[in-house]
Design a protein around this ligand. Structure first.
Ligand code: TMP
Length: 216
């Protein structure tokens, strides 16, 4: 019998949206449902891609040109897709990933005001036939997310961006979710942890039901 490909689930959100907490809840939940799942993240997920992540997050005197930033993000993604995501999906494992190409539309296309074209071009090159089956977007007001993120210590190169940058990122995500409501589910992540956790698991349950009915 042919192996059924695994499903690809991504979690997105601005800074301080609580992605990592909810991502591990989702992975535990899927495992309890008997699903073979790995969790990973972008930028990163392999040794080389994690090294590129360090380049992207480090603050240095020389500012990073937006195009350099975009190319580094996609260089990390190419390695991650080739070495981790595709091989896992091919043997039927599910992949839950902290950020993917939606983040490039939100941060580079919208945040850096590069527009969608270069992101679409690189996505077509790096993963022409791969798209998340489900994306959960954790939405928090910019000020609330930033306060949470900045309380964690020294800000990285992205976290030290200005509020208007993060407002554009948030609007970028909201536009993506509005354009693809079947794939991308927005969860209001401004409430307390338990409330958000229940919303996240409810969205995952809908997807699991569709999957089991052969509809996802
Ligand atoms: P993190 O906050 O999820 O750890 O991600 C690190 C940073 O990388 C975050 O500030 C957003 C940024 N990023 C992009 O700018 N574009 C991308 O495509 C991805 C995956 C992340």
């Amino acid at each position: 019998m042919a192996i059924q490909r695994g499903r690809f689930i991504t979690v997105e959100g601005g800074e301080g949206a609580g992605k990592s907490t909810h991502l591990s809840t989702m992975v535990d939940y899927l495992r309890a449902e008997g699903i073979d799942v790995i969790s990973t993240r972008e930028p990163g997920g392999t040794g080389v891609a994690e090294a590129i992540r360090e380049l992207l997050l480090a603050r240095r005197d020389e500012s990073l040109d937006p195009l350099t930033e975009l190319l580094l993000v996609f260089a990390a993604r190419a390695q991650h897709v080739a070495r981790v995501i595709r091989p896992a999906l091919a043997v039927g494992r599910w992949v839950v990933c902290d950020r993917f190409t939606d983040a490039s539309y939100a941060y580079q296309a919208a945040g850096r005001q590069m527009g969608p074209h270069p992101v679409t071009l690189l996505a077509g090159l790096v993963h022409p036939d791969l798209k998340p089956d489900l994306t959960l977007y954790l939405d928090v007001p910019t000020a609330q997310g930033l306060a949470r993120a900045r309380s964690r210590g020294r800000p990285d190169r992205f976290e030290e961006e200005t509020d208007p940058f993060f407002d554009r990122v948030r609007q970028g995500y909201l536009d993506l979710a509005a354009a693809e409501p079947d794939r991308m589910k927005t969860v209001n992540a401004a409430g307390d942890l338990e409330y958000v956790r229940n919303k996240v698991l409810a969205a995952l349950d809908v997807f699991l039901a569709q999957y089991r009915q052969g509809r996802a």
